[in-house]
Design a protein around this ligand. Structure first.
Ligand SMILES: Nc1nc2c(c(=O)[nH]1)N[C@H]1C(S)=C(S)[C@@H](COP(=O)(O)OP(=O)(O)OC[C@H]3O[C@@H](n4cnc5c(=O)[nH]c(N)nc54)[C@H](O)[C@@H]3O)O[C@H]1N2
Ligand SMILES: Nc1nc2c(c(=O)[nH]1)N[C@H]1C(S)=C(S)[C@@H](COP(=O)(O)OP(=O)(O)OC[C@H]3O[C@@H](n4cnc5c(=O)[nH]c(N)nc54)[C@H](O)[C@@H]3O)O[C@H]1N2
Ligand code: SF4
Ligand SMILES: [Mo]
Length: 674
């Protein structure tokens, strides 16, 4: 039995180092690496079972060509050469007739490796195709709010939690989505670290907290401004820090904060005025309060304002200057790796851009030229994109030539003209940089893929060759691409030793000293001229959203989405044991709401609004407040009673970063009547 050191490529802030036990080219066991400080010897409950994922009988092992109507899932196996030749021939014909903008191709989040994600995008970059702004379904709103406030910088080092006395987990279910940080937090609690969870439902993390503040969805900006109001009133601001390191707090203090007295904040957030006072006192008196920002608070109409307001808090007390203080959203901006080697080997600097959240609309409505071919890798937009109904309508059109590269016959793949079998991450080699901790690591291939499954990188290179692209990136091996990326690195990454990276050891590259800001002013911006110039409010504020107010008058329940504990989005949809482990796809209602509708725990229900009706199984629990329908995860057709949750969600943009607004969705839940 050999043990191979690899890296977890699931879309997860922890980016674990893994020890993979392999016998006769077969993966036997996946464990967390004891010699990685952040992984600390354990893999999460999901990856612990990744042997089931790798060895699933439902894996695709040959390329497939469609034989039935789109969506029917009827295919015939074919060879790689036949598939690739047919795809390239069709693309060449489309480019000749309509130009390269008629092509749209991308890889998204299900393989987090820089090369396996990057080179697919690099292929379409080099072809001059239309370009997908992919992060909009996930974190573009959060990232835009962070950038407008601190600039493109990494946040507080999660390992600095050893210096913290208070942790605010704000809009994150850490036990589920950031469990290695949670393990560090748990250890520090024995030392006296206090944990406050701010989130609408009693999540797994909230249940373990010292204090849970069940905030009303979409009101975080009001709470953060209320805390600031009290900090000012009670003299708990760090005036020197505010003067030296921040911009225009005096304007916020004069123009915005007076409106956020605790009583009004209580009415907005559904918390009590005493809670607001107590939170402000706890935060203001803490020596080194650490805020772990989650993206959960940003997936709605005014999500950007929410995250921006919370990210400003450590500036008011000067916590950004103290070890263990500050805030963490992401770390990725810090590293300075040159990913253009794979992402943008050649091709136009800019081209027509398409928002991922509006993929369906773009496929249906764009003209001059319309999108005539779509290539999808590591993404399942028919399930995970907002307005999934429109995505499906577009995928169902004969005129759209669709190619999907996936280890499984995903819901999206069922619509494809050609399906290409993908290797899973343990069957690939890649460079990883974390977005929730400060490590880079090179992950080795633990075993060969089954049958003829191939990596994203291999497919990108094979298609590039057929499309006549000559960039070096399409010829280089993984180690050679690694060398190129390090050669072009700037900032912190420029200091790392290529041989050390290549050896597979985790390399820590972390910021030292107080939080830096890379805004136009070089300071933490309470007032952002860049936002004002973009037509957005320059200072954080909270107002009800007119669209949400209107919908809430028509439908009684608001949708809350959150992560599946055992299900990273739809990645495990193709494995029987992993589907069973997560349980049936549920909609969770408070007992009061269930009673009012005469619904019982365990019965099939219809989640319905103007867009669609989706069939889920009812779970009755007071972990969810009244007025909310909580649907964890994004489970696809075949698992659900009917449809998928994103059929209910509009493709409206968030205020910052044109992000998805799943939670600006209202609905009713009734008994399932077929
Ligand atoms: N097990 C598991 N792990 C995952 C994933 C998964 O699907 N499953 N997905 C991965 C990916 S791609 C990502 S982007 C990250 C996301 O991880 P996080 O950044 O933690 O974000 P979410 O999991 O979307 O949401 C976190 C919490 O926000 C809460 N929330 C919702 N609305 C509000 C609000 O208005 N205010 C506040 N304060 N809280 C709110 C939700 O109840 C939820 O529990 O997780 C990654 N890790
Ligand atoms: N309602 C609602 N919708 C959401 C969210 C939400 O909170 N609520 N969260 C959003 C977020 S944060 C995100 S990041 C997106 C994620 O959405 P997606 O990117 O669609 O994520 P997954 O379902 O994780 O993976 C998509 C596909 O990749 C395949 N795959 C796995 N590994 C590989 C590989 O190595 N190569 C290839 N080619 N394919 C592979 C899987 O089998 C799966 O079919 O969903 C978003 N959708
Ligand atoms: S916690 Fe995240 S990075 Fe670690 S093994 Fe689980 S999914 Fe992978
Ligand atoms: Mo995400």
């Amino acid at each position: 039995m050999a043990t191979i050191r690899s890296v977890c490529a699931h879309d997860c802030p922890d980016q674990c180092s893994l020890r993979v036990e392999v016998e006769n080219d077969r993966i036997q066991r996946v464990r967390g690496d004891p010699d990685h400080p952040f992984t600390a010897g354990f893999a999460c409950g999901k990856v612990h079972q990744d042997t089931d994922l790798v060895h699933s009988a439902e894996r695709l092992t040959t390329p497939l060509r469609r034989t039935g109507p789109k969506g029917s899932g009827r295919f015939t196996p074919i060879g790689w050469d036949e598939a690739l030749d047919a795809i390239a021939a069709r693309w060449r014909a489309i480019v000749a007739e309509s130009g390269p903008l008629a092509l749209l191709g991308y890889a998204y989040s299900a393989h987090g490796g820089i090369m396996n994600r990057g080179l697919v995008n690099g292929l379409f970059h080099a072809l001059g195709a239309s370009r997908l702004d992919a992060g909009t379904v996930c974190d573009s709103c959060a990232a835009a709010a962070w950038h407008a406030t601190l600039g493109p910088v990494g946040g507080a080092d999660p390992e600095s939690i050893v210096h913290s006395d208070v942790l605010l987990s704000w809009g994150a279910d850490l036990v589920t989505t950031n469990v290695h940080f949670w393990a560090k937090v748990a250890a520090e609690r024995r030392r006296g670290l206090r944990v406050v969870v701010i989130e609408p439902r009693r999540s797994r993390t909230a249940k373990l907290a010292d204090w849970h503040l069940p905030i009303r969805i979409g009101t975080d900006a009001a709470l953060a401004l209320g805390v600031m109001h009290v900090l000012v009133r009670d003299g708990l601001c760090d005036r020197r820090y505010l003067a030296e390191r921040t911009l225009h707090f005096e304007r916020l203090e004069a123009e915005i904060l007076p409106r956020f007295e605790p009583r009004r904040v209580a009415a907005i957030t559904g918390l009590s005025a005493a809670d607001v006072e107590q939170l402000a006192t706890l935060y203001g008196r803490a020596r080194a309060p650490f805020i772990r920002l989650g993206t959960g608070m940003t997936r709605l109409a005014h999500g950007g304002q929410a995250l921006r307001a919370v990210a400003l808090l450590p500036g008011v007390t000067g916590a950004y200057a103290r070890p263990g203080g500050g805030a963490l959203l992401f770390t990725g901006d810090f590293f300075g790796l040159d990913t253009s080697v794979v992402n943008a080997p050649s091709g136009p600097v800019d081209t027509r851009r398409i928002n991922h959240s509006q993929l369906g609309r773009a496929l249906l409505e764009l003209r001059d030229p319309p999108i005539r071919s779509l290539f999808v890798a590591a993404n399942n937009p028919a399930v995970t994109c907002p307005d999934a109904g429109r995505v499906r309508e577009a995928l169902g059109r004969e005129a759209l030539f669709t190619v999907v590269h996936d280890p499984f016959l995903s819901v999206t793949a069922r619509y494809a003209d050609y399906v290409l079998p993908a290797a899973l991450y343990l069957e690939t080699e890649d460079l990883y940089r974390s977005y929730g901790s400060y490590y880079v690591q090179y992950g080795a291939r633990a075993a060969p893929p089954p049958g003829e499954a191939r990596s994203n990188l291999w497919v990108a290179q094979a298609l590039a060759a057929r499309m006549g692209l000559t960039d070096a990136a399409f010829r280089l091996s993984e180690p050679e691409l690694l060398r190129e990326m390090l050669r072009g690195a700037s900032g912190a990454a420029a200091t790392v030793d290529a041989a050390a990276v290549r050896s597979g050891q985790p390399i820590r590259i972390a910021p030292v000293g107080e939080q830096v800001f890379r805004t136009p002013s070089g300071k933490l911006e309470f007032y952002s001229q860049a936002l004002a110039d973009a037509g957005l409010p320059p200072m954080p504020d909270w107002h009800p959203d007119p669209g949400e107010t209107q919908d809430s008058g028509r439908w009684p329940l608001r949708l809350l989405t959150g992560p599946g504990f055992f299900q990273p989005h739809s990645v495990y949809a193709g494995v029987e044991s992993l589907r069973t482990r997560e349980g049936p796809p549920v909609c969770v209602l408070h007992p009061m709401e269930a009673r009012a509708r005469e619904l019982r725990d365990g019965q099939p229900v219809r989640a319905v609004n103007d867009r669609a009706a989706v069939g889920l199984v009812l779970q009755v629990s007071d972990d969810v407040p009244p007025g909310i329908a909580f649907v964890p995860g994004q489970r696809g057709d075949g698992e659900t009673v009917f449809g998928t949750v994103n059929l209910l969600c509009a493709d409206r943009y968030s205020d910052f970063g044109d992000g998805a607004t799943y939670q600006s969705t209202w609905l009713e839940v009734t008994a399932w009547a077929g």
